[in-house]
Design a protein around this ligand. Structure first.
Ligand code: FE2
Length: 192
């Protein structure tokens, strides 16, 4: 885990207080989105090693995992042209763009009993630096994300669980086929 500086510690304390105040995911995500928006609008800078892409695939670096894994904070980095599979999160999530830009493709989450049917596209957005989106609540959490533009895309994401450790679904949008996975966390390379 990275060293947490004063600005990030204040953000963590504020999120902790929101998460501890209610179980309502819509309320939590609304308030966390406001906090993340303020962080991105401040002079906070991520450590350089948490903004480095991998040539192989997008990477998730842990910024903070709450004791008890009740929520987590990630720096997510896509190299130019990288794209995630269509995936779910199985919890709430708030995503902000730190640098670069992403195109998000949203899908309706299949209900129980709807497996084996193609997924329904419900929206598409381009997100740019400073913008924050509620990517997920447990019942509405399916999307894919592509880095757009000619520089890597870096996001700061807040999730309602240890997002590197929980069981999540990826989907074949053409068939609706589901594969369960655990993403794990990537380790930042030592500063060179
Ligand atoms: Fe995602």
């Amino acid at each position: 885990m990275v060293t947490v500086d004063g600005a990030l510690q204040a953000f963590i304390d504020d999120v902790e207080s929101v998460v501890g105040s209610t179980e309502d995911e819509h309320e939590i995500t609304k308030r966390v989105a406001e906090l993340l928006s303020a962080l991105l609008g401040s002079d906070y800078r991520l450590p350089d090693e948490l903004t480095r892409p991998s040539d192989e695939h997008h990477v998730n670096y842990p910024l903070y995992i709450a004791p008890g894994s009740g929520w987590s904070l990630a720096a997510v980095v896509w190299n130019v042209g990288q794209r995630t599979p269509v995936h779910g999160h199985e919890t709430w999530g708030v995503a902000g763009i730190y640098s670069g830009a992403e195109r998000e493709f949203r899908y309706a989450k299949p209900m129980a009993g709807e497996s084996g049917r193609p997924l329904t596209r419900v929206g598409e957005n381009v997100w740019e630096p400073g913008q924050v989106t509620v990517c997920c609540t447990t019942d509405d959490d399916v999307h894919s994300v592509a880095a757009v533009g000619d520089v890597p895309t870096v996001g700061i994401h807040v999730y309602g669980a240890d997002i590197g450790a929980i069981d999540r679904r990826s989907y074949d949008p053409e068939t609706g086929a589901v594969r369960w996975f655990v993403s794990g966390w990537n380790t930042p390379a030592a500063a060179g």
